[in-house]
Design a protein around this ligand. Sequence first.
Ligand SMILES: O=C(O)COP(=O)(O)O
Ligand SMILES: [Mg+2]
Length: 220
Amino acid sequence: MTKIENIKLICFDLDGTLVDSVPDLRLALNAMMDEFALPHCQDEQIKTWVGNGLPKLVERALLYVGNQQVEQQTALSCFEKHYQHFLNSASGLYPKVAETLRALKNKGYQTALVTNKAEQFLPDLLSHFNISDCFDLVIGGDTLARNKPDPMQVDFALAHFNVAKTEAVMVGDSKNDILAGQNAGLLSIALTYGYNYGEPVSLLNPDHIIDQFNELLVLL
Ligand SMILES: O=C(O)COP(=O)(O)O
Ligand SMILES: [Mg+2]
């Protein structure tokens, strides 16, 4: 693995990259299903629904259980109530995430969290894992008009730090991250352990592929 030179800004995805969030998403989804007398979902299914934000996750779950009667907006409000409750119950950081983020900050990189998860959940989640101070900028899935795979969030981060696209890299687990990076003209680094709709993230031709988060310290 050779070092990627001249990088100033690292954009990080959240779910499936930093946090294994499916256990809490499952608790919240199934609490929602209980309210509507609908069947439960399992982790293996939920993993294939993460990545396009919480409204899409709820929509995919309702479709999967064959829901005919509950309105999407009603279900989403119910899910959000339960997700706020279960937010930090069973999810965890992937190995070496906190120490690697700190090491990268110590090396002097600017850092942005670029996630499709709704903004309202981010402060609690980051502070629970004690990583709030690892990010100079946090951009949620509903912070701007469009989210990944659209490049808008990445472009916003580039402008915020006044960094050229050749000086930034996108790190993520799913095709939305790689495409958002590619659409913004950034190099991309893919993690193989996250959620990518059940498909290998290598299909998206990221510039670099790593199996462990701390391998970032070899690349950056
Ligand atoms: O889909 C979500 O809610 C979050 O996804 P992301 O953090 O992987 O962008
Ligand atoms: Mg992700």
